[in-house]
Design a protein around this ligand. Structure first.
Ligand code: SAM
Length: 282
């Protein structure tokens, strides 16, 4: 992407406004995009990602495995679990296939509300709104820590029926919420607003399998202004407190219900360094 500091939110939307992309600082959504091989990133994002790769040469593996987990989890929810409404917080830059494409391939009536706080995701939100004719999607520009803004959003209320089960997706986002913002309480507040039969799908970076490499990556991102925190397994399991974990529980991502069609041996736990799980609200 050519360097530019300002872009516009969707120009077809009434009230669209210029958006400050803050291209001089790395942003998680753009660093992730670079690691996935995307083009929606700037020099500061690439520099942070390359420094992360020097600290841990495996750094491209977690995003790839995470995207695959997201796909499997959404297919599971839309299929076996019968979920047709999704709240995807920390959506990221649109990346094919997006959640609505995966869900609507299984359940054409699936409705998805996307939430992210990164201005570049806002400028590309149009790609998230390309729903199939029987479904519906919406995008909310909000911070995960502002639960009232998310749940009170007219876009959410128009799109989801909160009296019916919802699949809450917190995929590769909670490691950007530091302990002092109590990410567990945030997840619990979101789940409290959803009825019995709803699900949480969550993934989270961990230093459990390669502490030295991840200490290096965290230090690199902290120095460049990105708050990131890897967490041990018990801290990741805490997000699922009070829920019924479905098999196989909280595991290294490639171990979570691998597709029978996957060929080759999966990367090892240290290379992946992301836990994931899916659980049902009783
Ligand atoms: C690593 S990406 C994950 C994208 C997608 N969920 C996936 O798994 O492929 C993390 C996303 O979370 C967003 N994010 C980070 N902190 C956030 C916050 N406090 N509120 C909302 N979104 C946030 C970032 O902007 C980024 O788009």
């Amino acid at each position: 992407m050519a360097d530019m500091d300002w872009a516009s939110s969707d120009p077809d939307e009434p009230g669209h406004r210029p958006v400050d992309l803050q291209t001089d600082q790395p942003h998680p959504a753009r660093v992730y995009d670079y690691l996935l091989g995307g083009k929606d990133n700037f020099a500061a994002d690439r520099a942070a990602a390359e420094a992360g790769l020097r600290a841990n040469p495996n750094s491209r593996i977690p995003p790839r495995e995470n995207r695959a987990f997201l796909g499997r989890a959404v297919r599971y929810l839309a299929g076996e679990a019968g979920i047709s409404q999704f709240l995807d917080i920390g959506t990221g830059i649109p990346t094919s296939p997006n959640v609505h494409e995966v869900a609507q391939a299984v359940e054409p009536r699936a409705r998805i509300v996307y939430v992210d706080n990164d201005p570049i995701v806002l400028t590309q939100a149009r790609a998230l709104l390309t729903t199939g004719p029987q479904g519906r999607t919406a995008y909310i520009d909000a911070d995960l820590r502002d639960i009232d803004a998310i749940l009170g959003s007219p876009d959410l209320q128009r799109t989801l029926d909160l009296s019916q089960p919802v699949g809450l997706l917190l995929v590769a986002v909670m490691h950007f919420i530091p302990d002092e913002d109590d990410p567990w309480a945030l997840a619990a507040r979101l789940l409290a607003a959803l009825p019995s039969g709803s699900y949480l799908a969550l993934s989270h970076l961990t230093g459990d399998f390669d502490p030295a490499a991840w200490a290096g990556v965290v230090a690199v991102y902290q120095r460049s202004g990105v708050t990131m925190q890897v967490r041990p397994k018990p801290d990741v399991e805490r997000f699922f407190a009070g829920l019924d974990l479905i098999d196989p529980g909280v595991v290294s991502l490639p171990r979570w219900r691998p597709d029978p069609s996957d060929v080759g041996s999966p990367p090892g736990d240290a290379a992946v360094s992301v836990y994931g799980g899916v659980a049902r609200k009783p």
